[in-house]
Design a protein around this ligand. Structure first.
Ligand SMILES: [Zn+2]
Length: 411
């Protein structure tokens, strides 16, 4: 195994690529854009929601008892990465500031200014760091490219391990680096921190992580961020402490938005709060215009199922092309469609207060009144089929048309 710093990267810079001799593991995976909060964490006070979970973790850091293997579980956008980074800062800060909880416990904090803090904070904008690393990998020779894994390191004792594109899985080579690194004592901070930002592992990678989770060195902390705990091997879960981050109530998110996204009208804030499903990060970054345009196409599909005139549908599906851009667009359409179907189901079941697309409630109600439960069920099934077809890279517009036709027949 060999690590290389590509020449395109300024020396001493933020990340490195890892060259591994192991064969490339290939497995098609659903396409999903990773989403990380772009905000640089300023202090624990800025972290919204989940106060008790956060205080418990800070108190554990303060007394040197943060679990060595820890899973932070919570929905996309709930702040897992931000919190993990803040805990890392609290562990590694040279000044080790302390604050007092209301119950009198000491809580770890960080200064954000010392040499450890500032270097770790360079990993805050993870999306950009990953883009840079991927771009650098693109510059490599074809044969090296395949065997090069993405790792982000802005401090010698902190290693961020994101899912490796394009399959977006944690791969064996990445875990191998974690294992090698964990055998070396920290050089510039008190601990060695490994931050695995996804729970989607290649099987071999998960198995090899087990060994280190079993007996992590006393100076090492391994944090795993999980949207869905079920994705992790039970043997991994059982070796880790788990902290869950819950979703926030829509009203809390609206309040955050009223300060952070003043460009949105009150009505739009309420809509974004519902659409983000309790995840602050998602609420802050959700592009409402893009969502509404994907939703309009999803509505076209639903409306098409109720008419014999398919002009609007064909006009719409024609704009969906193959390639990466088409894939992003299709994924957005399918997500919007899934949200609409769920809302229609909620309306049928007399739970209108739980729907997300509150701005088009009237149209959704008329759908809810005109379609049967069996239709909804087959629509959801058909949606799954299109999504798995997408994973197999079928021509997008063909499968969208086929799905729309199915929706019509099923009525
Ligand atoms: Zn500091």
């Amino acid at each position: 195994m060999m690590e290389i710093v590509p020449s395109a990267v300024p020396s001493g810079y933020a990340y490195f690529l890892q060259h591994t001799a192991s064969p490339v593991e290939e497995k098609p995976q659903p396409y999903a854009l990773p989403s990380y909060s772009m905000a640089v964490p300023v202090s624990f006070q800025e972290f919204i929601g989940n106060i008790h979970a956060v205080e418990n973790l800070r108190a554990a850091v303060a007394v040197g008892r943060l679990p060595h293997s820890l899973i932070l579980a919570g929905p996309r956008g709930s702040g897992k990465y931000t919190l993990a980074l803040m805990l890392t800062l609290a562990l590694q800060c040279e000044r080790q500031p302390r604050e007092m909880a209301e119950d009198g416990r000491e809580l770890a904090a960080f200064c954000g200014e010392c040499s450890n803090c500032t270097r770790i904070l360079e990993s805050a904008d993870l999306e950009t760091r990953i883009e840079e690393a991927v771009a650098a990998r693109e510059e490599l020779r074809e044969v090296d490219k395949k065997e090069t894994r993405i790792l982000i390191q802005t401090h010698p004792d902190v290693l961020v391990i994101p899912p490796d594109p394009p399959q977006l899985l944690i791969k064996l080579g990445q875990v191998r680096t974690l294992i090698t690194r964990s055998q070396r004592v920290p050089s510039e901070a008190r601990a060695k921190v490994f931050l695995i930002t996804s729970a989607s592992f290649m099987k071999e990678a998960a198995n090899s992580l087990l060994k280190v989770l079993e007996e992590p060195p006393s100076y090492a902390h391994i944090l795993i961020l999980a949207e869905n705990l079920g994705e992790l091997l039970p043997t991994i879960r059982s070796r880790c402490a788990v902290t869950r981050l819950g979703a926030l109530p829509a009203e809390d998110i609206e309040q955050v938005l009223s300060a952070a996204r003043r460009e949105l009208s009150v009505k739009d804030r309420a809509l974004v709060a519902r659409l983000s499903e309790g995840a602050v990060g998602r609420a802050l970054s959700l592009n409402l215009t893009e969502y509404q345009s994907a939703r309009l196409d999803a509505l076209t599909m639903l409306r098409n199922s109720q008419t014999s005139d398919h002009t609007a549908l064909f006009k719409m599906t024609e704009t969906y092309r193959a390639g990466a851009e088409g894939q992003v667009k299709t994924t957005a359409l399918l997500r919007a469609l899934a949200a609409l179907l769920e809302d229609i189901l909620l309306l049928q079941n007399g739970a209108p207060d739980r729907i997300r697309n509150i701005d088009i409630e009237r149209e959704l109600r008329s759908f809810a009144e005109s379609v049967s439960f069996a239709w909804l069920e087959s629509a959801v099934k058909g949606l799954d089929a299109v999504q798995s077809g997408l994973r197999r890279n079928l021509l997008r517009n063909v499968s969208l048309d086929a799905f729309a036709a199915e929706l019509e027949v099923a009525r």
